[in-house]
Design a protein around this ligand. Structure first.
Ligand SMILES: Cc1cc2nc3c(=O)[nH]c(=O)nc-3n(C[C@H](O)[C@H](O)[C@H](O)COP(=O)(O)OP(=O)(O)OC[C@H]3O[C@@H](n4cnc5c(N)ncnc54)[C@H](O)[C@@H]3O)c2cc1C
Ligand code: SF4
Ligand code: SF4
Length: 418
């Protein structure tokens, strides 16, 4: 199989789709996003439904195919973070002042607190983000939240496929600017789409990215539910992956009222084995294209019972001004941190980013498709951040995976129909 990417179908069938959904927004007459239980949210492309221009826009904006930073970065970015963590103007640690949001949220509730501030004090119309599907709670859907109750209901990271860009049309048509929350690839896709659609650009009031080590398949959630006592998905009332404490437990509840729990560490340990391939060659795990990015400040041991905290990166002037306004208004409590806090908080993401150069080199050499990154340094990080053993692993380990995962073969999307 050739590794060249000429269409959205190539992206999906050649294992590069992140599942963001932006292609369905840009070419809705030809593309719809479906659930493939062993891969993730994936596009089904019908022939002849959309104009060539719409399909070309979709491919241009597709983060699975690749990502590109501008050649020059804004003034004031922290030079020590730029190569591995992208543009960062300021580093903060903090939490939502709203105790209920903070408790329910994944980390310190920074994402939800910023979103609530946007709704209540910045007259934004809504927040486009992810929540559990009401009819099938082990799947996710994109929702436009416009109240505190809706934001509260959607707190917590969902370690499962989600495609928040599939409803960007609602931001475009909104009567006022909106907030967009997503994983780094989702935010990169939304930003790229806004360059194609001025109406979206006008209404994309703020982008918030959550740090992301990778999206496990839906099959991984079904297995987790079994471990938590729900064997038949039809019996599930709700499933959460973390939150309600920091980091909180994974928890499933059946319709009969039975509950099962496992620690976040135990559940992520299993879930991460099922990450989609594209995440292994992802160069942006920390939301480099967002106004504000949030993750966990894991730089210290977290004693049991400690309320959540968020690591907050202001990445653009708009993000910095918004964060400061939210803090001044009392929506968040924050303390300034330095660059070292970022590195100490997410050492695994640094190693992962370091491995990308070796992984991409190997997949390409073996004839599989690989994403293209522009103005995102690869080799230097591989050289500096990895031990010799890790360097070798990025080459030999990837060769093994390329064959084991059959990355050189096309794989059509397998739609789950319920
Ligand atoms: C797949 C995945 C991998 C992650 N990997 C890391 C990691 O490596 N390091 C790290 O520090 N943190 C990771 N996280 C957790 C997340 O980045 C942090 O918890 C973040 O700090 C958000 O915390 P918060 O308290 O501000 O969020 P909250 O206030 O709880 O808000 C979470 C927001 O994320 C949205 N959301 C939830 N699930 C998804 C999803 N699957 N796709 C898109 N949007 C979603 C929700 O709609 C909500 O708006 C991961 C999360 C996910 C979903
Ligand atoms: S990564 Fe996004 S834009 Fe690209 S094919 Fe997948 S869903 Fe479509
Ligand atoms: S690891 Fe990268 S490609 Fe995978 S879901 Fe997270 S941000 Fe997207």
């Amino acid at each position: 199989m050739s590794g060249s990417i000429q269409s959205i179908r190539d992206v999906a069938e050649k294992h590069l789709c992140t599942g963001c959904g932006v292609c369905a927004y840009l070419a809705p007459d030809a593309i719809r996003i479906v659930d493939d239980l062993d891969r993730g949210r994936r596009p089904i492309v019908s022939d002849g439904g959309a104009s060539d221009a719409a399909l070309a826009d979709a491919l241009d904006a597709c983060p699975g195919r690749g990502l590109a930073h501008d050649v020059t970065q804004p003034a004031g970015v922290m030079p020590e973070l730029l190569p591995e963590w992208g543009p960062v103007l300021e580093v903060w640690e903090g939490f939502a002042a709203d105790d209920e949001l903070r408790f329910a949220a994944s980390s310190g509730g920074a994402a939800s607190a910023l979103a609530l501030f946007a709704l209540e004090q910045r007259a934004m119309h809504g927040v486009l983000h992810i929540a559990a599907r009401k009819d099938v709670p082990w799947l996710n859907e994109t929702v436009m939240s416009s109240s505190r109750a809706e934001l509260l209901a959607a707190t917590g990271s969902r370690y499962a496929p989600a495609s928040p860009c599939d409803r960007l049309a609602e931001i475009e048509a909104a009567p006022a600017p909106c907030v967009f929350i997503g994983k780094p690839c989702d935010v990169a896709a939304a930003r790229a789409a806004a360059r194609k659609r001025p109406a979206l650009e006008e209404k994309l009031g703020l982008t918030i990215a959550i740090f992301c080590a990778g999206t496990p398949s839906t099959r991984a959630t079904l297995e987790m539910m079994k471990r938590l006592g729900v064997d038949d998905p039809k019996d599930l009332a709700s499933v959460r992956y973390r939150g309600n404490g920091w980091p909180g437990n994974a928890r499933a509840e059946s319709k009969a009222g039975n509950t099962g729990e496992e620690t976040y560490a135990a559940s992520w340990g299993e879930l991460q084995k099922h990450r989609q391939w594209r995440c292994y060659v992802c160069a942006d795990h920390t939301g480099e294209f967002a106004d504000i990015a949030v993750g966990d400040p894991w730089y210290r041991e977290i004693p049991p019972g400690e309320p959540g905290r968020s690591l907050i990166l202001a990445r653009t002037e708009r993000g910095r001004a918004f964060l400061r306004a939210a803090v001044e208004a009392g929506a968040l409590e924050v303390e300034r941190r330095d660059a070292a806090t970022v590195v100490a908080s997410q050492p695994n993401l640094l190693t992962t980013r370091g491995a990308i150069w070796g992984r991409i080199l190997t997949t390409r050499a073996l004839g599989a498709a690989a994403p293209r990154y522009r103005n995102m340094p690869m080799f230097g990080t591989w050289w500096r951040a990895l031990t010799w053993r890790e360097k070798l692993g990025s080459l030999a380990g990837t060769a093994k995976r390329t064959f084991r995962k059959r990355l050189r073969e096309r794989r059509p999307v397998n739609e789950w129909k319920g």
